[in-house]
Design a protein around this ligand. Sequence first.
Ligand SMILES: Nc1nc2c(ncn2[C@@H]2O[C@H](COP(=O)(O)OP(=O)(O)OP(=O)(O)O)[C@@H](O)[C@H]2O)c(=O)[nH]1
Ligand SMILES: [Mg+2]
Length: 109
Amino acid sequence: MLLCIGPEGTGKTLLLRRLANLTKPDINLTTVPTVGMNITTISQGPDLPPISIRELGGSMAPIWHSYYGGVPKVMYVIDAVNLTQLGEATMLLMDLLSHPRLRASQCTV
Ligand SMILES: Nc1nc2c(ncn2[C@@H]2O[C@H](COP(=O)(O)OP(=O)(O)OP(=O)(O)O)[C@@H](O)[C@H]2O)c(=O)[nH]1
Ligand SMILES: [Mg+2]
């Protein structure tokens, strides 16, 4: 299962909802902060298996590492327009990239 993480309010839930509903233009744009996790299944078409992505809320950043075991790919989402959050986003990304559990599984971020 893939992991989708990033600081609070960067648009992870909305992005995954969009990816899961590419053929439906009118998705609900209202979200609530993810407390815990959301699992989204994204179809890849008739010949490929669906992908499951686990989103962890930004408020869970201190325990994101508990979910790194065996993860082949991480989607790290930032809000590039939110300049006040970029410092935090960078620090969390550095923690992520240097985490031994992800390095051991040769995870792609
Ligand atoms: N205009 C605009 N608003 C967005 C976009 N992505 C997210 N939002 C809004 O930003 C707010 C937060 O989005 P979420 O998708 O809940 O953010 P999140 O990263 O899942 O947040 P946490 O679960 O708290 O970590 C919501 O009100 C969204 O509707 C975008 O691309 N454009
Ligand atoms: Mg969310």
